[in-house]
Design a protein around this ligand. Sequence first.
Ligand code: SPV
Ligand code: MG
Length: 294
Amino acid sequence: GASTLTSRASLRAHICAGHLAHVMAAHSPLSAILAEEAGFDGIWASGFELSALYGLPDVSLVSMTRHLDMVRSMAEQSSLPIIADIDTGFGNAINVIYAIEQYERAGAAAVVIEDKAFPKVTSLLADGRQELIRTEEFAGKIRAAVATRADADFLVIARTEALIAGLGEAEALKRARAYEEAGADMILIHSKRKTPDEVESFVRAWRGEVPIVIVPTAYPEMNESRIRALGKIAMVIYGNHAIRAAVTAMKDVFTRIRADGGIHRIDPEIVPVEEIFRLQKMDAVKANEDRFLW
Ligand code: SPV
Ligand code: MG
């Protein structure tokens, strides 16, 4: 898009100016490139998507180094700010200190840390076994993150799973308040309710100063015009639509090739190999061949 954000400073400025940041999940540098070309304002380095890419459930199995490596690889290929999903922060506040140092160096613009116990269980599962840590303990993790960041524009986003865990709005508000006091730049409120009412009620009741982040995967009717009308929300994350799009497309194409007995019918319906060359920046290789392969 015309107003593509290209740094930590611009992400913070965008949010402080009251604009809504549109953030797309990615699970690879290639999906990050496509999200940038589509005009999103940021990349969600989703733990769910990366777990799924490895064929694993999202239950703290993907190590910090594996996730960090992906963040670095995305930062090499996309200039968009990367919002890193660091789950529980890989342990206690001591682990969070190391994680913040690493993610900041890897080029992330923000981290989201959630108040679940390690190992976490994925949020959207209907009967997920959800366990939260004490509010004071999680506030300590947020204070550790804020104290550790070197760049003041690096955003520390505190995510409460109180609604996901079925603890109710009062507990969610109490936790969000404590996390704001601990220094969080934004509060992510997550819900697996199929309708927006639970999140809308939280947002209306929120009296804090910091803006809210939502991930409306479970309640897709909460579109951008409804989000704007509600106010207080500064970031919307489309949490797993890159991996779901990839699965949809691959299933369809693979099935068709088997059914058609070859690639002859699908060929004109998928991007040509030249489009992959473009995404790989093969033109730069050609130019360098002319310059240097003498
Ligand atoms: C993720 O994308 O990894 C998230 C969002 O944390 S959710 O899967 O809905 O918990
Ligand atoms: Mg996650």
